[in-house]
Unconditional design. Sequence first.
Length: 99
Amino acid sequence: MIATSLSLADVAVGALALAVVASWLALVIHVMGDVLRSRDLSGAAMAAWAVALLALPIVGAVVYLVTRGATMHEREVRALQAQRQAFEDYIRSVANTKE
């Protein structure tokens, strides 16, 4: 019943709106993860960024990207390297155990 009253343009606009909201949500989650992963921020600064992202998500994310976006990639690479090193250490410890 509802599907017969929707035009192709309505479906396209709805799909575009869904894509924009999903992209915005992914951006906010990624920025929040970067805030919580940052070792160079104090606890108060992390809390301030978290409140800014929760209170004004679009503005907070854009301001964060402008002010700290250049180093986001470096923090991501460091976190991935640490995760890989921990995995390799675990594999070595398991492989070296003799039963």
